[in-house]
Design a protein around this ligand. Sequence first.
Ligand SMILES: Cc1cc2nc3c(=O)[nH]c(=O)nc-3n(C[C@H](O)[C@H](O)[C@H](O)COP(=O)(O)OP(=O)(O)OC[C@H]3O[C@@H](n4cnc5c(N)ncnc54)[C@H](O)[C@@H]3O)c2cc1C
Ligand code: SF4
Ligand code: SF4
Length: 448
Amino acid sequence: MSSQKPAALVIGAGIAGIQAALDIADAGFPVYLVEREPSVGGRMSQLDKTFPTLDCSSCILTPKMVDVGQHPLIELMTYSEVVTVEGEEGSFRVTVRKKPRYVDVDKCTGCGLCAEACRMHGRVIDVFNRGLGKRAAVYVPFPQAVPLVYTVDPDACLYLTRGVCGKTFKCKDACPADAIDFEQKEQFVEVEVAAIIVATGFDLIDPRTKPEFGYGVYPSVLTGLEFERLSSASGPTAGKVLLNGKEPKDVVFIHCVGSRDPHTGVPYCSRICCMYAAKHAHLVRDKLPDARITVFYMDVRAFGKGYEEFYDRVKHERVMYRRGEPSEIYRRGDRLVVRAEDTLLRRTVEVEADLVVLATAVVPRADGAAVADLLGLARSPDGFFQEAHPKFRPVESNRPGVFLAGCCQGPKDIPDTVAQAKAAAASAMGVLQRAMEGERGSLEVQEA
Ligand SMILES: Cc1cc2nc3c(=O)[nH]c(=O)nc-3n(C[C@H](O)[C@H](O)[C@H](O)COP(=O)(O)OP(=O)(O)OC[C@H]3O[C@@H](n4cnc5c(N)ncnc54)[C@H](O)[C@@H]3O)c2cc1C
Ligand code: SF4
Ligand code: SF4
C-alpha cells in the first residue's frame, strides 16, 4: 500500500470494521485493518441465514471480505493486535503485534494438505463451529476465510506444546509449497494514522451463569450461536438439524437467557435475540416440517424494519409462542423437560424437548477493559464503549480522533451495525481530510 494521504486504523474486522475500512478506502484514504483472528468476518461469518430477509449470511458477507482482502488501499493485518497507541487526533503512532502463524503467507496456497496430514487431525475442538466439530492443529477457521492461508494453532500443535510431533513434522512433509515455518517469531510493526475506528464487537454470556438450564450438563442444550453452526450448510452437519445423528421432534427456544436479569449483571435488553430466535424457529420449521416448536418469551421486541412482519410470519408457521420464563430444565428418561410458568395461563407448564436453544445475552468482550485502557476510552455502566453523546455524537468516543462502530458500543443487529460503521467512517474521513489539508498547507509553505 503506498499513498501520500493520511491513513486510518480500524481495529476489528467483523462486519463493522470491514464496512468502515471499505468506505474510507473507497474514498481514497489508506486503511490499516487489524484483526486478532486468522480471518476477517467476525460473528457474521458464523451465521446461517439473517433476519428478517433470510439472506444467506456468507453470501452477503464473503464479497465484502474479498474486497477488503484485495483493496489496494487496505493493508490487512490479520492474526494481529494493537499493543500501543500514542499521540493525538491527526497523528497517532500505533504499534501492532503480528503473531506468528508458523505458515509463510506468501507461499501458502490454502490447499489444506497440511491439515489432512496433521497428527492432530480431527482431534482439536473447532472453535469456529462452537465446539460442534473437530479440526487439525493446522487450520483455516472456515473455507471462505480471508486471507485463505493456514495457521498452526500454538495451543494444539504437538510440536509447539510438547516440543515434539513425531519423527518428522507431518504438516511440513505434506506441504508442496514448503510454507510451514516453525522458526517464525512475532513481529512488531509501527504505523502512523490520523484517525482510529474501534470495531471490536461483542461476546455472549456464558450460559452456565444460569445453571438451571443445564448448559454443559445436557448436550442437547445449545446456544443460539451453536444453533447457527448446526443449521449452516458450511457447519459440521452440512446444515441438517441433527443431534447424535437424529432429527429432534420437539424443539424449545428460550429468550432472554442472562439478559434483563439483575442477577447476571446484564440488566439491559440484548436487542437481537427475539429476532434471531424467530429466525431459528423458522429454520427448524423449514428443515423439520413435523417438529413441534415452542418459544418461551418475556415479551417480543421486534423493533426494526420488517421485523414485526417477520415475527408475525413465524407465529403462523405452527410455532407456539408461550409467555413465561422457564425456571428449570431437567432430564426425564432420554428427553429433556422445560418447566415454566405460563404467565398468560397463570399456571406451570412442562414441555418435553429433544433440543433446547438458549438466546444468550450479548455482553462486552472479555478484554473490553484492556482495550479501553489501551485507547483511553470510557465505558458506560453496561461495560460497552461509551459514545460522546448518545444523540448528537453517537460514533465519537471520548478521545478525539477515535470513533466507535458496531457491537463494541452496544448490542445491535447487522443493519444498525453497518449504519454505524458508515457513520464512523464518515466522521473519521473528516479528520483525515483535515490532516491532509494541514499536510498540503505545510508542503506549499516549504515549496514557496
Ligand atoms: C446467534 C446470533 C444470531 C444473529 N443473527 C443475526 C441476524 O440474523 N441478523 C442480524 O441483523 N444480526 C444478527 N446477529 C447480530 C450480528 O452478529 C451482529 O450485529 C454483528 O456481528 C456485529 O458485528 P461487529 O463487527 O460489531 O462485531 P463482531 O462480529 O463481533 O466482530 C468484531 C471483530 O473484532 C475482532 N476483535 C475483537 N477484539 C479485537 C482486538 N482487540 N484487536 C483486533 N481485533 C479484535 C473480532 O475477532 C471480530 O472479528 C446475530 C448474533 C448472534 C449472536
Ligand atoms: S507439527 Fe505435528 S501436530 Fe503440529 S501441525 Fe504439524 S503435524 Fe500437526
Ligand atoms: S499444505 Fe502448505 S500450501 Fe497447503 S495449506 Fe498447508 S501450509 Fe498452505
